[in-house]
Design a binder for this molecule. Structure first.
Ligand SMILES: NC(=O)CC[C@H](N)C(=O)O
Length: 242
């Protein structure tokens, strides 16, 4: 399912990417859940797309998360059964607000970019975990970001925990694959973190948007001549993991 509410704006790219990779996606509006027209348990994967849900009021993702909180036990059941929840950008913010990376504990924050600007451009990321999506290998992938509140922030104890449990899924790199500062790290995230998982690896949150680069012609520079877009590679590997 691709979960929507007022202000999500990346659902169509997400829907089409999932479909092209082999999934049979369906849109589910938060009101479908609230009015018991659709049920979380009926789906195999939950994708929370990017956007400006509830206009980013309070904090990006905070209101979407509050609307999801009544379904927390269904969501936890979903996670415990090993099914994937993917949150991209605003979706990552929602998962963070719900504390789903730490069994309900909100140990990290996604705060305003260090540049104090909305960063909307291409970045490069590299897989950092061995837990999940290992077929991506070690190379840098070009993928766009578009956010104001994408800077992963946490205390040292939490950072140690993330490292120890191998929960850092993606880190920003430069185009040669080296960890570098701004502008390669677009938001000033601690340790160049672009995405994290829960301990089991089936809750994935990431700021960059693979669904916006399914095809090479959606990429930038030489990458337009690639065989496949970052999105196709990402979503096919995700499909094979389910
Ligand atoms: N592309 C997005 O999902 C943007 C997320 C959020 N609205 C932000 O600016 O931080």
């Amino acid at each position: 399912m691709v979960l929507r509410m007022e202000g999500t704006n990346n659902e169509e790219e997400a829907f089409l990417s999932l479909k092209r990779a082999g999934f049979e996606p369906e849109y589910v509006h938060i009101n479908d859940l609230a009015r018991k027209r659709k049920f979380i348990d009926d789906y195999n994967l939950m994708f929370i797309p990017g956007g400006f849900s509830a206009g980013d009021y309070i904090r990006a993702g905070a209101i979407f998360a509050a609307r999801l909180r009544p379904f927390l036990s269904d969501i936890n059941k979903f996670i415990d059964s090993g099914r994937f929840i993917i949150g991209v950008c605003n979706g990552f913010q929602v998962l963070t607000e719900l504390g789903l990376f730490f069994n309900g504990d909100r140990k990290i924050a996604l705060t305003v970019n260090e540049s104090n600007r909305f960063e909307c451009r291409f970045t490069y990321i590299r897989l950092s975990t061995k837990k999940v999506l290992s077929d991506l290998g070690n190379r840098p992938f070009q993928v766009p970001v578009a956010h104001l509140e994408g800077r992963v922030y946490c205390d040292n104890k939490t950072l140690d925990e993330l490292i120890e449990n191998d929960q850092i899924i993606f880190r920003y790199v430069d185009n040669n694959g080296n960890y570098s500062g701004y502008p390669w790290n677009p938001n000033g995230s601690i340790m160049n973190i672009a995405g994290i998982t829960n301990d089991s690896g089936n809750v994935i949150g990431m700021m960059p948007h693979p669904e916006r680069v399914y095809y090479p012609y959606q990429m930038s520079g030489n990458e337009r001549n690639s065989d496949k877009g970052t999105g196709e590679i990402f979503f096919r590997i995700l499909y094979n993991s389910t």
